[in-house]
Design a protein around this ligand. Structure first.
Ligand code: HEM
Length: 162
């Protein structure tokens, strides 16, 4: 059996002037404190919480009662009428987005070699994350199961006729 060698990441951060990393991969070695350690820890902790949130979500939506056949507009409206599920879905949204974003940030740092490429990929990533978190949070807390537009009740099936 031959030993497997795991090579150092190509883009490891090394102080300018360091000989440890080939010149084309050297980065500005400015200190970020212990941010990277906290980010590493966050991935593990959020991963554990996400297992509970995601499998709880799948179990309640797909298996309990009529399961997947019960999912419709009214099902979602019913869940979001309950603050417990609002908080559950909010935690799932925020943790999945921050966990996924931090994971993609790591991948960008590992694979994008040019400073400008890394910068722009991360600007797009953070912009997308911000929009999705704000929109998702607004949807959870401003959801109206019986919307009335210009005095007309939109069809909801179960909403009282005005
Ligand atoms: C079921 C719950 C989940 C668990 C237990 C979990 C766990 C983990 C862990 C421990 C890592 C770090 C891996 C490493 O540093 O080598 C990771 C990375 C990552 N996770 Fe998750 N995760 C979960 C859900 C998700 C979700 C929902 C998303 C997307 C929104 C996601 C996206 C990512 C990405 C993009 C990475 C980076 C992958 C890489 O570095 O190659 N994960 N996950």
């Amino acid at each position: 059996m031959s030993a497997t060698e795991i090579k150092s990441p190509r883009s490891a951060v090394a102080k300018v002037g360091s000989n440890r990393i080939a010149p084309q991969y050297r980065r500005n070695g400015s200190s970020k404190g212990n941010f990277e350690m906290l980010a590493w820890l966050f991935m593990r902790l959020s991963g554990v919480v996400l297992v509970v949130l995601i499998f709880g979500h799948l179990f309640v939506n797909l298996l309990v009662g009529d399961g997947i056949h019960a999912i419709d507009f009214g099902f979602v409206a019913g869940k979001w009428a309950d603050p417990f599920w609002q908080i559950w879905d909010l935690a799932m949204l925020w943790l999945a987005m921050l966990h996924g974003t931090n994971g993609v940030r790591t991948i960008i740092n590992d694979y994008a070699e040019k400073d400008a490429t890394r910068l722009w990929l991360k600007i797009v990533l953070y912009a997308a994350t911000t929009v999705i978190i704000i929109l998702g949070t607004l949807v959870i807390f401003t959801f109206d199961p019986c919307p009335v537009v210009n005095g007309v009740q939109l069809p909801g099936g179960f909403c009282p006729v005005p």
